[in-house]
Design a protein around this ligand. Sequence first.
Ligand code: ADP
Length: 363
Amino acid sequence: MMARQVIYGPDDGDDGSYEGGYDRDQEGRATGRRYSVTEEDILLRPTRMAEMVGQREVYERILIAIEAAKKRGEPLGHILFDGPPGLGKTTFATCIPRELGTTFQIANGATLKAPKDIIPYLTNAEEGSVLFIDEIHRMQKSVEEFIYPAMEDFRIDYTYGDGANARTLNIPLKHFTLIGATTRTGLLSAPMRDRFQMREHLDFYTPDELATIVLNNAVKLQMPIDGTAAKEIAFRSRGTPRLANNRLRWVRDYADARANGKVSPQVALAAMEMQGIDALGLDPFDRRFLETICRVFNGGPVGVEAVAHTMNIAPDTLVDEVEPFLLRSELLIRTPRGRKVTAKGFEHLGIDPSQFDFPQTLF
Ligand code: ADP
């Protein structure tokens, strides 16, 4: 049975689709606009678990939990997904209810400013249904505390009115499953984290996994592509399916405009070069971040706020969207005194570290 998707909330749109996160403008500033969801986005997002590639350990654990819940006829326990943007948190959260054959609702933590904002979601949740809260770390503390009893005992206590007129309303809820997604588990309070029965971390995908995603999606887009070209795209996607899809679509545009729609490895490379995507998959904005640390702060260590200030961009964008892959690729390290570009980072940028007056032993 296909799940019925019920969406509430001003930010989520009503087109039956959803993408988490914000657009970046050319300079990499978060534009504060939701990713506009195109039909192609919907086409490329797996709708069933079986279509999902990679994250095998997480995938297996989720499948077991789903099977057990179905066998016992009980709702699935609450699940928290964390990891950098574009790795599949929303995809998992939307595939799970489909596997369960249940309804689901989507909310965003940033729009949950007071308990009253979450009440409609909770009272509308059907037995065994899924409530997905993206960016759950952005939820106000008052909302967080308000949902503890909802998560634990499936009831809410709502107080309204003031002083002597204050009344508390106890509202019983259906047994629902909360799925939370966050780019930063560190920002969630321990009591909140502990209320999730499963906590799953999503890591970057391997180039082989991304190549499989690229090949699968090329079929969906009816785009002939050879395996080597798919690998070139996979290698330059920073371990992230969302970026692999973006690159694939750009390569298709480029091939249509410049190469009669034929995607050879050379065409794929030329397309990505035109966007300034380098051999490690970094885009101009990623490089500007590293270059700012090198040129303005002598390679670091420097606090991320100072770099963000210099670049005129929100520190959160750097921490959530830019840094994780640079750290993972060992181009950047975090020290107690701040961020520091590694020898590998300098080499990648083609900057000679010896031009700065700090000891070489640091590298
Ligand atoms: P997140 O919620 O972590 O930011 P999403 O779930 O929105 O990431 O993933 C972004 C896009 O990447 C999806 O729309 C989908 O097309 C693709 N994607 C993510 N995970 C997978 C996967 N495991 N297999 C195939 N495609 C995936």
